[in-house]
Design a protein around this ligand. Structure first.
Ligand code: MN
Length: 250
């Protein structure tokens, strides 16, 4: 099995090295990742300029750095290395829960794989006190999750989040979408000029069964996702209303 690995924290993040080391137990591994941090880049692709893909040192792993987004890296990685079966993205330094999935560059790496008809799995871990997650302690859990998901061949896209403390289990979850945690905060630069900074505020309320709830409870959260954004129940409703109108006024 050929496993392509990307992230949005950049090719030199300790999280991608940890994920690549775990992935080598499952197949051939190649890392193709952004040369600088691209967090919150979401599913953007670079269409206005050419890209470069350069070999870069990463102990024991064949790795390349790209001057682009996670989406670009998956496009380049799967084009330059034929027969990729699986794309892993992460391990991100910072959780990707709830509405963050709309902004996440980590998840976008996995989504780009799903768009190409491949399997994609995104991994994220909270950063305690703005430090780094304990990647060594998470590695056995990443291996367990990967083994479990590789057996579940009918899941094209999965978002995985680790809890802050050592996990005591794995939970299947839904995306928590009820509360939005993004906020714009005004401030002053050193010259006294006003600027604005997008930040994230803590969400206290959690709903049982969601990704946010699971990591609060100390579980590894696995959320199966899909690319189709259509609201199918709403679509059925509007179609039924249209059909009824035609019947009435025909
Ligand atoms: Mn990131």
């Amino acid at each position: 099995m050929r496993i392509l690995i990307t992230n949005d924290d950049g090719v030199y993040s300790p999280g991608i090295a940890a994920l690549a080391q775990v992935a080598t137990r499952f197949g051939e591994v190649r890392v193709v990742a952004p040369d600088v941090e691209m967090s919150s880049a979401a599913q953007s692709i670079t269409a206005s300029r050419p890209l470069t893909c350069k070999r870069t040192p990463l102990p024991g792993i064949e790795a390349y750095r790209v001057n682009g987004t996670p989406g670009d890296c998956v496009m380049l990685g799967t084009t330059l290395w034929e027969g990729v079966n699986l794309v892993l993205s992460g391990v991100n330094i910072g959780s990707n829960l709830g509405n963050a999935l709309w902004h996440s560059g980590t998840l976008a790496g996995a989504k780009q794989a799903a768009l190409l008809g491949l399997r994609g799995i995104a991994f994220s871990a909270p950063s305690p006190d703005n430090g780094e997650p304990q990647f060594e302690a998470l590695k056995p859990w990443a291996e367990t999750v990967l083994a479990k998901l590789l057996e579940a061949t009918d899941l094209p896209l999965v978002n995985v989040n680790f809890p802050a403390k050592p996990p005591h289990g794995i939970a299947w979850t839904s995306q928590s979408m009820r509360y939005y945690d993004g906020k714009v905060v005004p401030g002053k630069d050193p010259m006294g000029r006003t600027h604005y900074w997008y930040t994230v505020v803590p969400v206290d309320a959690t709903e049982q069964g969601t990704d946010r709830w699971a990591i609060e409870q100390g579980y590894v959260s696995l959320t199966p996702l899909r690319l189709d954004l259509t609201d199918h129940p709403k679509l059925d409703t509007v179609r039924k209303v249209e059909a009824w109108k035609k019947l009435k006024f025909a």
